[in-house]
Design a protein around this ligand. Structure first.
Ligand SMILES: [Zn+2]
Length: 270
């Protein structure tokens, strides 16, 4: 690709703006992740320091930068602020970058590609919320799975290569076997995990949903094996599977096509 100076400057400006936009949106998700499990409405009241309860001013709320400039400490009481906040904001920046990079060219933007990017970014957002809340509380809330399903329905209008039938099968392809497994061996999976796979099926269809299941169990299995080997986890101790499902889903969101065609080629189908 040959870029003139002005085009290059535009691209750099565009991607910097996209990154900042992502950090701002995910900075709000930090509030959702922190408040939902303790049942405070994210829409209610200004943000405050959890330690000294001082209301935070605009200068304390600039994504990434506030944390960096305050060196991870509250301006008022100097209590350490969790690295969780800049981490989630960075994930937001990179989610927005990836959504923009993979789905739209800002010089030739159209309704369909913009819709794809928005669906992709929205999915990254809810999956981040699910991953962190599940990690903290071992719970995947029903409302968050409903949001995934709604984004899945919306995605049908922009990702036409996955048909309704594939999506319908996608709802059951992983969740039904998981459900049967739970009937047979109680506690094999959490109910939230099963519902999450059903919701992801709406977005991804059955082929990609199988890939997500495969990747998440492999990565989750490796994590559990390392935990056992280092004796930080006990045998039969439960760990949150949701974060692995979410990581696998984001991977498939951006690289699914490439992975699927590589895999089918490997099997000799293409
Ligand atoms: Zn404080």
């Amino acid at each position: 690709m040959d870029l003139s100076g002005i085009e290059l400057a535009f691209y750099i400006f565009w991607y910097v703006m996209v990154f900042i936009f992502g950090t701002i949106i995910f900075s709000f998700l930090n509030v959702v992740i922190y408040r939902t499990p303790i049942k405070i409405s994210p829409a209610k009241g200004r943000s405050f320091c959890p330690k000294c309860h001082h209301t935070l001013g605009p200068l304390d709320l600039v994504p990434l930068f506030s944390w960096l400039f305050l060196r991870g400490k509250c301006r008022y009481c100097k209590a350490p602020i969790s690295g969780r906040y800049p981490l989630v904001e960075s994930i937001g920046g990179f989610s927005a970058l990836a959504s923009a990079y993979f789905f739209v060219d800002p010089l030739y933007i159209d309704f369909m590609s913009a819709g794809q990017a928005v669906c992709a970014f929205a999915l990254c957002a809810i999956l981040t919320v699910i991953a962190f809340i599940d990690h903290d509380t071992m719970t995947i809330f029903d409302w968050s799975n409903v949001v995934v399903a709604i984004i899945g329905v919306a995605s049908f209008f922009f990702f036409k290569d996955i048909t309704w039938l594939e999506r319908l099968i996608g709802i059951f392809v992983v969740s039904l076997p998981m459900y049967l497994l739970v009937l047979w061996k109680e506690g094999a999976f959490g109910g939230g995990d099963i519902k999450l796979f059903a919701a992801l099926g709406v977005f991804f269809g059955w082929k990609y949903n199988l890939l997500i299941f495969f990747i998440s169990t492999v990565v989750g299995g490796i994590y559990a094996a390392i935990g056992l080997a280092k004796k930080t986890k006990k045998r039969n101790e439960h760990f949150a599977f949701g974060p692995f499902i979410c990581i696998a889903a984001v991977l498939i969101l951006f690289f699914g096509k490439a992975i699927l065609s590589w895999y089918l080629g490997y099997l000799g189908f293409e």
